[in-house]
Design a protein. Sequence first.
Length: 81
Amino acid sequence: MALQPSTRLGPYDIIASIGAGGMGEVYRARDTRLDRIVAIKVLPEHLSSNPKLRERFDREAKAADRAARRVRFGVVEARGS
């Protein structure tokens, strides 16, 4: 699911693609609720239907959130496509 700039994904306005890997695509976006720049990782639909991969995605989001408490980034929401 490639997102184009200016696409709205929930409260996030997509600005640009940052990169892609085995677990999905990452985008630079603006959180319209908090008016800040965030990174959004989107799990492809064919992977989000796999419970084991979805659990891995959720674990990675939780690990990133724990790391955010030590550095200056955060996970504000984790969900599949």
